[in-house]
Design a protein around this ligand. Structure first.
Ligand SMILES: NC(=O)c1ccc[n+]([C@@H]2O[C@H](COP(=O)([O-])OP(=O)(O)OC[C@H]3O[C@@H](n4cnc5c(N)ncnc54)[C@H](O)[C@@H]3O)[C@@H](O)[C@H]2O)c1
Length: 311
């Protein structure tokens, strides 16, 4: 097992902590967070309140960065320069300029840099991809993504619903259809006049497949769905209830026929860690690479700029 350092022990950091314990590839060697409660952490894990307190990095094989988005650039840069394989939570950074700087830093070393776009490893998304690749529904024509959540407790400047929520689906679309072109975006700064909390984004692939992305922090109920309209059928994936349904029309009666596809119970974050380990070992991996992470940020940035110029 590789020894891992976890940076940030908030909501997502705790999820990584659980997935490290559940998985087979990493052992938690050290944990750093300026203020989190460490009382549940096993005694053999080295604890730190500042990066500088982690003076024995020789013990560390890889780092998982789960601190707030605004800190990703500084923290990831520090560990890449220290020669550590680094998995950064999504988004890779707050803008393309920071992503480019991280990729340039990485290219000067043999370090593997990856991004925690965990939805790639969500068994419902994996099943959706299998259905699309099987051809049973024909060619995809249009994707409609919807991702709704509650307003976050702490929103720092530079963050917004595009970077926080819509970016998950922008990455899924790129995974399914390759690099897509940004077309348009509209949105709203409702709760705070400077922070986008609702957005609708449009993109198109080189082959002409279009997609729309609705994301909102104004929900009172969480939603994460993907509808794919294909030549012969519609596919509906619900990432929360883990359901994947193919909907066809009965030619003789005109009625809808629903075919449920089984989705396995794999833990997406455990799968993400296994994929990061494969990347480190030079094997084929489904992890979001640094350039794919930058691509997702570039689409998000285009959307934020378009919304900003209209509001
Ligand atoms: N992949 C996903 O599905 C998913 C879901 C939620 C959050 N995230 C991402 O995870 C990251 C953290 O989000 P969260 O919801 O856990 O936030 P959070 O506020 O719950 O936790 C952040 C933690 O980082 C600590 N921290 C602050 N500054 C730090 C620094 N410079 N170095 C180290 N630790 C620091 C805080 O004390 C806090 O404990 C964000 O980038 C977010 O986008 C990803």
């Amino acid at each position: 097992m590789k020894k891992v350092l976890l940076i940030g022990f908030g909501n997502m950091g705790r999820n990584h902590f659980r997935a490290i314990q559940k998985g087979q590839v990493f052992r938690l060697q050290a944990l750093m967070d300026p203020m989190a409660d460490f009382s549940t952490v096993p005694p053999d894990v080295k604890l730190a309140r500042k990066i500088e307190e982690l003076n024995d990095l020789n013990q560390i094989d890889a780092v998982i960065v789960s601190s707030p988005t605004e800190s990703h650039f500084e923290v990831a840069k520090y560990f890449i320069q220290k020669g550590k394989h680094t998995l950064v939570e999504k988004p890779l950074a707050v803008n393309v300029r920071e992503c480019q700087s991280l990729l340039a830093e990485q290219s000067r070393s043999s370090v593997k840099l990856a991004v925690g776009h965990v939805e790639r490893h969500n068994p419902t998304v994996v099943k959706l991809m299998e259905i699309l690749q099987s051809g049973v529904c024909g060619r995809p024509i249009h994707f409609a993504f919807k991702r709704v959540g509650y307003y976050p407790k702490n929103v720092q400047g530079g963050n917004n619903v595009v970077l926080d929520l819509a970016i998950h689906d922008l990455d899924i679309m790129s995974l399914l259809q390759g690099e897509v072109e940004f077309k348009n975006a509209s949105g709203l700064c409702y709760r705070n006049s400077k922070i986008i909390d609702v957005c609708d984004i449009g993109v198109k692939s080189k082959e002409g497949v279009s997609a729309t992305f609705h994301a909102s922090w104004l929900g009172t109920e969480k939603a994460r769905t993907i509808d794919v309209y294909c030549e012969f059928a519609q596919i509906r994936a619900n990432l929360i209830s883990r359901k994947c349904v193919v909907i066809k029309t009965d030619k003789s009666t005109g009625e809808s026929i629903y075919e449920d596809y089984e989705v396995n119970a794999d833990d997406a974050l455990v799968s993400e860690h296994a994929a990061f380990n494969q990347l480190i070992e030079g094997k084929r991996s489904s992890i979001c690479t640094a350039d794919q992470g930058q691509w997702a940020v570039s689409l998000a940035e285009a959307a934020v700029n378009a919304i900003g110029s209209r509001s």
